[in-house]
Ligand binder design. Sequence first.
Ligand SMILES: Cc1cc2nc3c(=O)[nH]c(=O)nc-3n(C[C@H](O)[C@H](O)[C@H](O)COP(=O)(O)OP(=O)(O)OC[C@H]3O[C@@H](n4cnc5c(N)ncnc54)[C@H](O)[C@@H]3O)c2cc1C
Length: 236
Amino acid sequence: MTKLYDNVDHLDTNASAAYTVETDVLVVGAGNAGMEAAAAAKEAGANTILIEKEKTINLMRVGLPSTIVDQRLLETRADNSGATLDWLEEKVLKPNGAHLRAEADAMVTNKAYQAFPTENDPTFDDQSFTSYGDWFLEYQEEHGVDLRFETILVNLIKEAGRVTGALVKDLVKDEYCQITAKKGVILTTGGYSANVDLLKERNPLSLKKNVYTPRSNGAGITSALNVVAIRDDVQG
Ligand SMILES: Cc1cc2nc3c(=O)[nH]c(=O)nc-3n(C[C@H](O)[C@H](O)[C@H](O)COP(=O)(O)OP(=O)(O)OC[C@H]3O[C@@H](n4cnc5c(N)ncnc54)[C@H](O)[C@@H]3O)c2cc1C
């Protein structure tokens, strides 16, 4: 039998929604992945709601990882990550006078340890680094993405074998709400490095060398596992 997970944020998954909002696409989590997913959905003509449990988007990062163990994931990244960075450069950086600059990871300066560039730094022409979170927020606003902060995923709603939306909670109003998403729900809530139980269960090796990221408690992953998701044995 499939294991069901308790809500990791201790929210009431049986709460009744005070009201329902309809949209085409619901994106959960405003990190790099969610911000691009919401922008892409909107560009494709879908009314889009992006919810984020915190008061801010997550720190924007740009860079390509150096080690990936799953060949399928490696291929997916190799095939697609360039396009997401191109999109970011064209739509968010260049209109604000910045661009991407290829850089060796960790800015290696020792000649004995030269590396080829695997990272892209958002940069101005004088090579000074720039952050781009505020520009990305402006982009979402200008293009009509409905970004709701302090709104947290409670659980996914599944009808007739299909995820049709989510129960979410407005943390400011202390109110539950149902978001019905006609075209789909995209989960971009990051990993589960802040969830020790899930790490023990799914990736115990990482407990030895885990980078704790407080926003990443695995809420999206456990919500998905509760309704549809199948575990990827390689990635955990
Ligand atoms: C110390 C450190 C340094 C790093 N440096 C780099 C770097 O230089 N370059 C690089 O490319 N990568 C770097 N990374 C990795 C990078 O931060 C991650 O790969 C990236 O943030 C993942 O983006 P994401 O959008 O998938 O998830 P996240 O950025 O984790 O975003 C997920 C979002 O979902 C929200 N969320 C979570 N649960 C819910 C919920 N229940 N309801 C609503 N919202 C929710 C979170 O608050 C968060 O805003 C670093 C990571 C760490 C820890």
